[in-house]
Write a protein that binds this ligand. Structure first.
Ligand SMILES: [Zn+2]
Length: 109
């Protein structure tokens, strides 16, 4: 239930802000701000976090097989956010949680 609740927040997230509440913590990502933890100079969008930001490359290994067949980024993102199996939901949940933890650690240390 916690997993479904957490990842489903991604689907309803407005474009300007990604707000994710999980395990008693609220993570807020302003998608209009440039990602401050890498040097790509890109906005911190869901696509940047889940597909491009080099800081999370290792973390994304667990979900890479879902996106590798998609040439287009939108298709890859859409595929990631379509939870058709329990396994997929689980790996996206854990990947997202790890990414948010890394992000919080880097930004607030
Ligand atoms: Zn980045």
């Amino acid at each position: 239930m916690e997993k479904i609740r957490t990842v489903s927040q991604l689907r309803v997230a407005p474009m300007k802000e990604i707000r994710i509440y999980t395990n008693g913590c609220t993570y807020i990502v302003n998608t209009e701000e440039i990602c401050s933890i890498c040097n790509l100079g890109e906005g911190e969008t869901l696509a940047h976090i889940l597909l491009r930001c080099p800081l999370y490359r290792e973390t994304r290994v667990a979900i890479a097989h879902y996106t590798q067949d998609h040439q287009e980024e939108r298709a890859a993102l859409k595929c990631l956010l379509t939870y058709d199996t329990k396994e997929k939901l689980k790996s996206i949940y854990h990947t997202l949680k790890t990414i948010l933890k890394i992000r919080a650690f880097i930004m607030f240390e």
